[in-house]
Design a protein around this ligand. Structure first.
Ligand code: FAD
Length: 419
């Protein structure tokens, strides 16, 4: 029989991506007793285990600024001491751990959140499983930062899967790095709408022609390490990231594409003639799954109007509509990168973090309440981190004031966060 244990805490955070890290850190920094649960062996989710290239977009988050500063100090080579949005995942993993340790957060790695403990509409905690057995963790506030909203879904919170019209979701990608690139000649194409002419043809067009579908675009990013480039180029469509069989299928599909992509890079892209794969992510990159119904659902118009909500808890969030093609390579026809028309940042109301009916539960990161298109913008990591900072602060306030999450005022959260 599986042994069962019991733990009690103020705040329980499930999932340790940029948003879960920020939530756990902020809750602990503001005096709450915090447990952070993560299924992987490292903290950081897509930002580290997902082998991410860089923080894209921006957000007025003091914690994000601190992360950028501290991670830049850890960088080596050309980018040492320079504040950069380029990520060195190995250094970032260590920084996350150090920062969580500084605020006394209890971390449970290799631990999967398998169920939610509820009493009616009240969320009381979550059941997690790991090598030691099962643990029922009871908490005053539970923060779901699993990206997919596993805990909120098990609690019965209402959600829409993917695109509203047909539940289709953005493609999955296994990020990987190549080495042996000649940086003095290398081409870096950072968006689908960036093109580059070579004697053999234009690189996006050549990618479409020579890399088998559903892959077929080029996205290459500088790293902080000599000769190493991060590739965001594998592509698995028709994947539901909440389905275990689909996750396995996505991994196989993306791994099978890597050889063809390297062949293309060597043959067509200047500077990559001798490149080779050095590593691939341990966590498949899932862009989109569940969008929960919160007390407010952020929509694309709010972003286009750079709306300032009375109860905002995230400020100056900025990115484009990064919708990857749902049916193949490149940008979806509903997406806008270079052609994104707004240049002002928007705000995210506290209500987007509060599920419509469940109590003691906060949504966090890419699973907050937003439409498919709005999500394509706020899914950028700096914005998710800003959301986490607000969620952790709100949770600590609810614990210290002994009140319900809905009674916490956004002004209080903003004052503590410093935005
Ligand atoms: C391929 C790809 C490329 C991207 N490129 C960029 C980019 O260049 N720049 C950028 O800023 N953003 C980028 N994004 C978007 C960004 O990475 C994500 O939207 C962001 O990381 C979401 O943060 P999060 O904290 O909500 O979730 P995640 O980073 O997804 O983290 C969720 C965490 O929860 C854990 N977890 C999940 N389920 C459970 C469970 N049941 N129990 C325990 N743990 C669990 C996961 O292991 C993970 O650590 C990209 C995303 C993808 C997929």
């Amino acid at each position: 029989m599986t042994p069962t244990f019991e733990l009690h805490t103020d705040v329980l955070v499930l999932g340790s991506g940029p948003s879960g890290f920020a939530a756990a850190y902020s809750a602990a920094k503001n005096g709450a007793k915090v447990i952070l649960v993560e299924q992987n062996g490292d903290v950081g989710g897509i930002s580290t285990s997902g082998l991410m290239s860089h923080w894209t977009g921006s957000c007025d988050s003091p914690l994000f600024n601190e992360m950028l500063k501290r991670s830049s100090l850890k960088n080596e080579g050309e980018f040492r001491n320079e504040i950069t949005n380029i990520i060195d995942p190995e250094k970032l993993k260590t920084l996350y751990l150090e920062m969580l340790d500084e605020v006394g957060c209890k971390l449970m790695l290799y631990t999967f959140a398998m169920d939610t403990i509820c009493e009616g509409d009240k969320v009381l905690g979550a059941s997690v499983i790991n090598k030691s057995g099962r643990t029922d963790i009871y908490a005053k506030i539970v923060i779901d930062a699993t990206g997919d909203g596993d805990v909120a879904a098990r609690a019965g919170a209402e959600f829409v899967l993917g695109r509203e019209s047909d539940s289709k979701m953005q493609p999955a990608t296994l990020m990987f790095k190549v080495g042996g690139v000649d940086y003095s000649r290398a081409v870096f194409l950072g968006s689908f709408e960036s093109t580059y002419e070579t004697p053999k043809g234009e690189l996006q067009a050549l990618a479409k022609e020579h890399i088998p579908s559903p892959a077929g675009h080029i996205l290459t990013y500088k790293t902080t390490l000599p000769g190493i480039v991060t590739c965001n180029m594998t592509n698995a469509i028709e994947i539901d990231g909440t389905c275990a069989d689909d996750l396995t299928k996505a991994m196989l599909t993306c791994r099978r594409q890597m050889d063809d992509i390297v062949r293309y890079l060597r043959e067509f892209v200047p500077g990559y003639e001798n490149c080779f794969v050095v590593s691939a992510a341990s966590l498949i990159g899932i862009r989109e799954t569940r969008h929960f119904k919160g007390k407010y659902t952020l929509n694309e118009q709010d972003i286009l109007e750079a709306k300032v909500f009375d109860d905002y808890v995230v400020k100056d969030a900025y990115f484009n509509f990064d919708v990857h093609n749902i049916t193949g390579a490149g940008l979806d026809k509903t997406g806008a990168q270079k052609n994104f028309s707004q240049d002002k940042g928007y705000t995210i109301p506290y209500r987007c973090l509060i599920p419509e009916v469940k109590e003691n539960l906060l949504l966090c990161g890419r699973n907050i309440s937003g439409t498919h298109i709005a999500h394509s913008n706020f899914r950028a990591m700096p914005i998710c981190l800003g959301i986490g900072e607000a969620a952790g602060t709100a949770a600590a306030l609810a614990v210290s004031q002994g009140c319900s999450l809905v009674d916490i005022k956004a002004e209080q959260i903003r004052e503590i966060v410093g935005i």
